[in-house]
Ligand binder design. Structure first.
Ligand code: GDG
Length: 486
């Protein structure tokens, strides 16, 4: 079996491996372990210069290869182009998008540095799987270094259509660089439509088969594969966590009140201000819940170097103070708001105690919290998931109470419905979602993507051969327009 080389901006930090492991780590770590290979990425550290070669560390889980970034590259590539330009763009937030040519140049240069440090570690039949918006041009950089391996790319965030993506000044450059990949994966059919629309209308790509696209004379395959969690593993973890000290402390502190829980990185895509406003509406419009419910929001600080994230923190601090100031009693605090990271095992127990899981992003590629919340429930007496229409997860989790996250009143009504929902309806909704979650696991996600990438999908192989034979595709490196950039 070919080795698997995973490339992602960040690799799990040694002390966090297995402790804060989300779906990405679960799906990929299992795949790397089964096939053997390397997980390559930024160490998370800054140094005087961006590394020219990787540092290798071997653990029981996998071989990790990392590079450091210079402080300037960190600022321009990571804080700048990746998180101040691409993140808002991919989340349809053009008003928040900033663009600076020197940050784009740093982004391209760091992608080149990733490729240069990775190339010497590769064997000829390795499968290379590159992840997310930080590393879109990394495949093209590898091709320029003569790498002929099969290379796949997965976009974890949403993919907007050309009318939005086209606002990016270098949209065509980035889209063209995708032609270096054999397979490009996105989370949902809606994202796939967005991607195909961008390729067709911004770079004039042509479709030569159901999911085969020709970009600049090169063929690539685009597929939608939903990211998932280790459903059975997380269900078992949450059951074990019921007896953990933290879960017992939480339950005692609730004094039989119903718990509503929200968990996410503190990010403006997650719709937190509207959620706090919605909770205030619930308490105002449905006062029967006052004193009978507690909302626990875990919002782990994230990207604190980006100003928009600091502004969001200030806004949430203010709103949280307001909700409690307006509604608290001397013996009841309606909202508990934590901006520290909570260990995964503890979260598993908290989800299980919660009568309502509140997941209301304004836009989200998939959203694994929605899946974790459902997997953590007791099937006999499950809680209710309230889920934004605009999370990728909503497309298949139809048992959730779905809401428009822009309307705090609609979220408040959904909370009221969830808190009053009879057990039989909760069970029916939970069963329908668990059926999906048992299929859409993290393991199935990596297996399905790697099947497409390794050409194990016979149908796709035949199509590729036919089209290649007909068109006599010349395998030349993609034209990346970096030279024309400042
Ligand atoms: C991106 C896309 C896509 C959160 N707070 C804590 C904590 N978490 C864990 C959750 C979950 C993970 O982080 C978050 O995953 P999401 O999918 O919800 O969101 P993003 O981080 O934005 O991920 C997203 C995903 O990539 C995968 O493709 O679904 O759309 O934006 O596992 O539990 N974990 C711990 N403490 C916390 O405080 N331990």
């Amino acid at each position: 079996m070919a080795r698997l080389i995973v490339v992602s901006n960040r690799i799990p930090a040694p002390r966090q491996r297995g402790v804060r492991s989300g779906g990405l780590e679960v799906g990929l770590r299992d795949a790397v372990r089964q096939r053997g290979g390397i997980w390559f990425g930024w160490s998370g550290a800054t140094a005087a210069e961006t590394s020219l070669s990787a540092q290798i560390s071997d653990s029981r889980e996998a071989v990790y290869a990392t590079i450091d970034l210079s402080a300037e590259d960190y600022r321009k590539y990571y804080v700048g182009f990746a998180n101040s330009t691409l993140w808002p763009l991919f989340h349809y937030r053009l008003g928040l998008m900033e663009f600076q040519r020197e940050e784009l140049a740093a982004y391209m240069a760091v992608n080149e540095a990733f490729a240069r440090a990775l190339a010497p570690l590769l064997l000829p039949d390795d499968l290379i799987w590159i992840h997310d918006y930080h590393l879109i041009p990394c495949g093209a950089a590898l091709r320029r270094l003569g790498v002929l391996n099969r290379i796949g790319f997965f976009l974890h965030v949403p993919c907007p259509p050309s009318a939005v993506f086209g606002a990016l000044p270098c949209a065509a450059t980035l889209l063209r660089s995708l032609s270096a990949y054999d397979v490009v994966g996105v989370q949902t059919p809606v994202d796939l439509r967005g991607l195909l629309d961008c390729l067709e209308h911004i770079v004039g790509a042509r479709f030569v088969g159901e999911d085969l696209i020709r970009v600049d004379g090169k063929l690539m395959c685009a597929i939608a594969v939903p990211m998932g969690i280790d459903t059975a593993g997380f269900a078992a973890q949450s059951q074990r966590a019921l007896h953990a000290q933290e879960t017992r402390r939480l339950k005692d502190s609730l004094a039989n009140r119903d718990l509503i829980i929200g968990v996410e990185r503190l990010d403006y895509s997650k719709g937190l201000p509207n959620r706090f406003k919605a909770y205030a509406r619930l308490l105002k419009r449905f006062p029967e819940h006052c004193g009978k419910v507690t909302f626990l929001q875990v919002a782990a600080r994230s990207r604190v170097d980006v100003e928009q994230y600091r502004a969001l923190r200030r806004e949430l601090d203010r709103l949280a103070g307001r909700v409690n100031g307006d509604h608290a009693e001397f013996d009841w605090m309606p909202l508990r708001y934590i901006t520290r990271d909570v260990p995964r095992a503890v979260l598993a127990g908290f989800y299980r105690c919660a009568r309502v899981g509140l997941v209301t992003p304004l836009r989200d590629g998939m959203n694994l919290v929605a899946k974790e919340y459902v997997a953590a429930q007791d099937g006999e007496n499950p809680g209710v998931l309230i889920l934004s229409h605009f999370a990728g997860a909503a497309q298949r989790m139809t048992g959730a109470v779905q809401v428009n996250p822009l309307d705090p009143d609609e979220i408040a009504e959904a909370m009221h419905l969830a808190l009053s929902m009879p057990q039989s309806e909760r069970q029916a909704r939970w069963h329908s979602m668990m059926e999906t979650l048992r299929v859409d696991t993290a393991q199935a996600w990596s297996r399905n993507f790697l099947q497409a990438l390794s050409g194990e999908s016979q149908l796709r192989d035949e199509m590729l051969l036919n089209v290649a034979a007909r068109d006599r595709i010349v395998d030349e490196p993609p034209a990346v327009e970096l030279a024309r950039m400042p």
